[in-house]
Ligand binder design. Structure first.
Ligand code: GLA
Length: 503
């Protein structure tokens, strides 16, 4: 099937909700004017890709299981003009104090060098640039690029400013070089290239950023095939709304990767291999828990299921039983114990699992991580099912909110207890949010700081935000201004994915 292309529009009304268009028009105008004053001419186009909030399904994308994010209306814009006189890339930021202007040149040998050990804002641009040029394999040198970026996704906050930036940079590089790849290709390139900055992340953020559709969350399946299905929230009265709140604890995925994010990727991959070995499936070489599940059930007689959801529920519950039975060491495994358990010599084990992205741990928690992955996947499937199958009537909004909210609360509990990716502030903020009227509240994104997402009826959003502002934000930062508050707590509707804007 031919892939969808990133749409090109001249109308901001295609990208943003009506109520936001005036404000966005000013923002785009300002970007274009600044661009002209820096580079002496108008940009050729603006590439745009949004941040995302994950509603449910945390740390299961890299285990191959579906997740349920939506794009937010905060995004990354890069205004670009191409120059054929050289191959240099000049990149400036609207916030030039925080993000100083940089320049680099294309190199035939490595395209561009990226030093992941230095925390440098343009690393994300370089990642998208490099990933795209590797894929494009141009028969001549790439064009030079003048770029000006304006990002409204708060950084280090768990709503994927980095993925929005990498996706936008990849798109900008593609269009400047007059090429046109489909959305799925762009997503794959952005996923691969974000790994240049040192985090072995899954594919949720980039997919949500590029593929989202306004008005819907996206059910993203990774295996056996990459697929995105837009899902609308139940049309309750009042409508359901999601409020993002930032703990103000900056979660730098890159810095903490060896004992947080990348370690979890190792724990779940080793867990999958261990389970495969115990179930006699190693000859099929499954890499993820989802592949183990698919291979296991390919060889089983199963009852007839009334729906796909029922099949998911049956399979995931069975997997939870298999984890209980086969991942036996509840206190965790040493490196040596893991290599013995999966039947690999220590050096081969280390080179397969521990060398690409360095990790550090005494004990690897294979059991609790596996319990999280399968139980969280069950919650995702149930959440989607409620959205798709619930007929809303005037009287049952409360019941729908409660069912969806419960799943989010259980997700938070499992993130905290089984996956250890919460932190004190995330626990505190989710509790305050529930006390302030959220039906469900959980960390969103990688965790260890960053943001929470809370389900709040639309007519209660204002009072919810003011209560959480009092009970959390004003306590943490007594002098916080209204503008600062609007960046750390805000409601967002499901927004559109990537776009090119031309004029
Ligand atoms: C980060 C990663 C995603 C995903 C989440 C956790 O945002 O980039 O791929 O793994 O963490 O759900």
């Amino acid at each position: 099937m031919p892939q969808d292309l990133v749409p090109v529009t001249q109308s901001l009304g295609d990208i943003y909700a009506e109520a936001q268009c005036d404000e966005q028009r000013k923002r785009y105008q300002h970007l274009i004017e600044r661009f002209e004053s820096i580079y002496g001419a108008k940009p050729d186009f603006i590439a745009r890709s949004p941040g995302r909030v994950n509603i449910i399904g945390e740390h299961i994308d890299y285990a191959g299981f579906p997740v349920f994010p939506m794009a937010v209306d905060r995004d990354c814009l890069i205004a670009v003009s191409a120059s054929t006189s050289d191959t240099k890339v000049r990149i400036c930021n609207i916030d030039e104090e925080k993000y100083p202007a940089r320049e680099f040149d294309y190199s035939k040998e490595c395209i561009v060098e990226i030093d992941a050990s230095i925390h440098e804002w343009t690393n994300y641009f370089k990642s998208g640039y490099k990933g795209m040029l590797e894929r494009l394999e141009l028969d001549k040198d790439p064009v030079g690029m003048n770029c000006l970026m304006d990002g409204s996704v708060p950084s280090g906050g768990g709503i994927s400013s980095s993925a929005a930036f990498v996706c936008t940079a990849a798109m900008a590089t593609m269009k400047a070089n007059k090429k046109s790849l489909g959305k799925s290709d762009i997503v794959q390139i952005a996923i691969e290239s974000e790994r240049y900055v040192g985090v072995n992340s899954g594919g949720m953020d980039q997919t949500a950023s590029v593929m989202s559709q306004a008005g819907s969350a996206t059910f993203i399946e990774f295996e056996p095939e990459f697929r995105t299905i837009p899902v609308k929230f139940p049309s309750t009265q009042p409508a359901v709304s999601f409020v993002v709140a930032n703990t103000m604890v900056t979660a730098d995925k890159v810095v903490s990767a060896p004992y947080c994010y990348n370690l979890r990727v190792v724990e779940t991959s080793v867990g999958a291999m261990l389970l495969a070995k115990e179930l006699g499936l190693l000859d099929k070489r499954p890499q993820t828990f989802k592949q183990v599940m698919d291979i296991y059930f390919a060889g089983q007689d199963e009852p007839k299921f009334a729906s796909e959801t029922e099949q998911w529920i049956h399979r995931l519950n069975k997997m939870l039983c298999l984890v209980e039975k086969h991942i036996v060491k509840r206190e965790g495994y040493t490196e040596l114990e893991m290599s013995e358990a999966v039947g690999l010599p220590a050096d081969e084990f280390a080179s397969r699992f521990l060398s690409k992205f360095p990790v550090s741990a005494e004990l690897f928690q294979l059991y609790t991580r596996a319990i999280h992955v399968f139980s969280e996947s069950l919650r995702v499937v149930r959440f989607r099912d409620i959205c798709e199958s619930t007929r809303s009537t005037a009287s049952n909004a409360e019941e729908i909110f409660t069912r969806l909210g419960d799943l989010m609360n259980q997700s938070q509990k499992s993130c905290r207890e089984n996956f250890n990716c919460s932190c004190l502030e995330l626990d505190e903020l989710t509790e305050i949010s529930r006390a302030a009227g959220a039906y469900g509240s959980r960390l969103t994104g990688a965790g260890w700081g960053g943001c929470t997402v809370s389900l709040v009826p639309e007519d209660k959003v204002e009072s919810f935000i003011s209560r959480v502002s009092e009970d959390y934000f004003r306590k943490k930062q007594p002098g916080i201004t209204a503008e600062q508050l609007s960046n750390v707590i805000f409601a967002s509707r499901p927004s559109s994915g990537a776009y090119f804007y031309t004029f």
